[in-house]
Design a binder for this molecule. Structure first.
Ligand code: 9G3
Length: 570
């Protein structure tokens, strides 16, 4: 392809609204353009990357025995009513009516549609196991779409659904998908980890997220420095405290703490370590206000709290609610003398003695409070976020923390959807049996964007070769006959062997061509200049390392083929 004939509107300046590097570079490299919030056009260069990611996904899904189909984006409300999700989801589910006033939504995922298909077409255990997948546009009306392709409203997802005769079969399907995901992200040239994940609202029994490790990732993962343990911090278990503080309880005392509210202020004012302070956080659930106690240096894990309380929604109580319930402003709430409010506590509290807590009085705290003597904890549970330094919950080594971008998610679904939609089959004994399901997603655009988050420098993108829009950026530095002739010959030789070459044939200064080539990020740049040619040489430069080799044009093909196949260069 020749630059002069392609739509590649590169930008010199940083686009204002982009907050993360992949968003900025996709815009500047002329790969995407926004149509509306969270809704993008993939321009020719950007679409070439998307298609490469899709091709890798397709190959590995087919290799794993899944079969491709394509479901509609318009999804009838009737199916969503059967599973109860029509009313369960809020504004994120974009709904519309057709001309006959019938309700539809733009599909955010396709459990209902695929289960409806299978319950009609699968009647016998002989037809199972079955794994169907699609690569298709999804719509989720995110309240705050941001970061370009990272969190769009309309996005391309590969979503697969497995149906098995029983749990054991479902485990086999799950493992096949898990292994296929390992191959997919490896082939995309990404550094990633599979982590244990929360099953979230979808339900089901277990799930893993595939995280691309990047400082700009929105997810926090913890992993052990020994062994294979890794989990999304939302899900990561924390072991109960090893031992209980030796000291004996001292008498409870009230002390004035004028205007001293936060952990930092209280610990500085009373000269205590944060481990000696117990935070009292009041949460509002649909049913009640509840007090949650965690150690001063820990954070509440709201996913764990919701699971303990069996609620779907939870949020910190508003300041006026805190004042009404405790008689004190935020920062002075405490468990002692708290009337009519249940108290749950993170298990770390159990090991503490003589702690500092709010006194439910403005500008006042208690010191030397004791949970067995001075207040009633209804439940001790694992309610905090795991953090660096914690022992690994599986007993090997200590935990480290990293940031990640979720690019894939695999779920064991059990019979959740086959139950509500009566997707049954006749087992060998002729008994109606519920299919056991799994579902498996990959964000295609997010995978491409995360490759940028992991592979870029100040000048632009550095695509991993397997998903690069082109293998080589061909850069003639003058319009002279000699340079043009040599360039054309190189272009023909390379493209005839299937190597993808972007020939920058514009009448532009060398600097402009180099800037665009560094921004667009093809893994190799082939530079044809007057001087070099006079010596019978052209220059092959690696975008990632900047390493350049000067070689005769007739050696370029072999050199490039060796580089692209990761063979040592002879
Ligand atoms: C909705 C809306 C948003 C959603 C869902 C449903 C996320 C929803 C979870 C999944 C689970 C898996 C198959 C591919 C892999 C992920 N956001 N989820 O179910 F109605 Cl508005 O999508 N689905």
């Amino acid at each position: 392809m020749r630059t002069s004939q392609m739509l590649i509107p590169t930008l010199r300046e940083e686009p204002g609204e982009a907050e993360t590097v992949s968003h900025r570079l996709l815009l500047r490299a002329g790969m995407i353009r926004k149509v509306a919030a969270g809704i993008y056009t993939y321009l020719p260069l950007g679409l070439r990357v998307i298609r490469k990611v899709e091709a890798i996904i397709r190959e590995e899904m087919n290799r794993a025995g899944a079969q491709e189909l394509l479901m509609p984006i318009a999804s009838p409300a009737e199916l969503w009513r059967e599973t109860g999700r029509w009313d369960f989801y809020g504004k994120e589910l974009l709904r519309f009516k057709d001309r006959h006033e019938r309700d539809f939504c733009l599909g955010p995922t396709h459990e209902e549609v695929i289960t409806d298909l299978i319950r009609r077409e699968v009647r016998s255990y002989r037809q199972l196991p079955l794994n169907c997948y699609q690569i298709q546009t999804k719509f989720r009306d995110e309240i705050r779409p941001r970061f370009g392709l990272m969190r769009g409203r309309e996005f391309i997802m590969k979503d697969a659904y497995s149906f098995d005769r029983d749990e054991a079969g479902a485990q086999v399907s799950y493992q096949k998908m898990y292994d296929a995901y390992q191959r997919i992200f490896t082939r995309c040239g990404l550094t990633f980890r599979a982590v244990e994940a929360d099953t979230g609202l979808i339900g089901g029994t277990s799930s893993h997220e595939f995280m691309v490790l990047a400082e700009t990732g929105e997810e926090t993962i913890v992993y052990a420095d020994e062994g294979a343990y890794a989990a999304n911090v939302e899900r990561a278990e924390v072991l109960p405290p090893a031992e209980t503080a030796a000291e004996s309880p001292r008498p409870l005392r009230k002390v004035p703490t004028p205007g001293v509210r936060t952990v930092e202020e209280v610990t500085a004012f009373l000269k205590i370590p944060p481990q000696q302070l117990v935070k009292t956080l009041l949460y509002q659930t649909p049913k009640e206000l509840i007090a949650v106690l965690v150690r001063g240096d820990h954070e509440v894990n709201e996913i764990k709290l919701k699971k303990l309380l069996g609620v779907v929604e939870i949020e910190l109580a508003a300041p006026d609610k805190v004042r009404a319930a405790t008689g004190a402003p935020v920062g002075f709430a405490g468990p002692v003398g708290l009337r009519g409010i249940r108290i749950v506590a993170d298990q770390s509290i159990k090991a503490l003695r003589n702690v500092v807590v709010g006194a439910n009085e403005a500008d006042t705290h208690y010191v030397d409070a004791d949970w067995e003597r001075d207040f009633a904890v209804e439940r001790f549970a694992d309610l905090r976020n795991a953090r660096a330094g914690d022992p690994s919950p599986v007993g090997q080594g200590q935990l480290r923390v990293a940031r990640g971008i979720e690019v894939g998610h695999v779920f064991m679904l059990g019979a959740k959807y086959s139950q509500s939609m009566k997707a049954t089959f006749l087992d060998p004994q002729g008994q109606e049996t519920l299919a056991v399901m799994g579902c498996y997603g990959i964000g295609v655009g997010r995978t491409a964007a995360s490759a940028i988050e992991q592979n870029h420098d100040a000048k632009g993108i550095i695509w991993p070769a397997p998903i690069a829009p082109f293998h080589i950026h061909l850069l003639p530095l003058s319009q002279s006959a000699a340079v043009t002739e040599a360039t054309r010959s190189l272009y023909d030789t390379l493209t005839q062997t299937g190597i993808e070459v972007l020939w920058d044939d514009r009448d532009e200064r060398a600097g402009v061509k180099f800037n665009d080539a560094d921004l667009i990020g093809a893994p190799y740049q082939l530079i044809v200049g007057e001087k070099g040619l006079a010596q019978g040489l052209v220059e092959l430069k690696q975008r990632k390392t900047g390493e350049a080799a000067r070689l005769p044009p007739n050696q370029v093909l072999a050199h490039v083929q060796a580089l692209l196949s990761n063979r040592p260069i002879s």
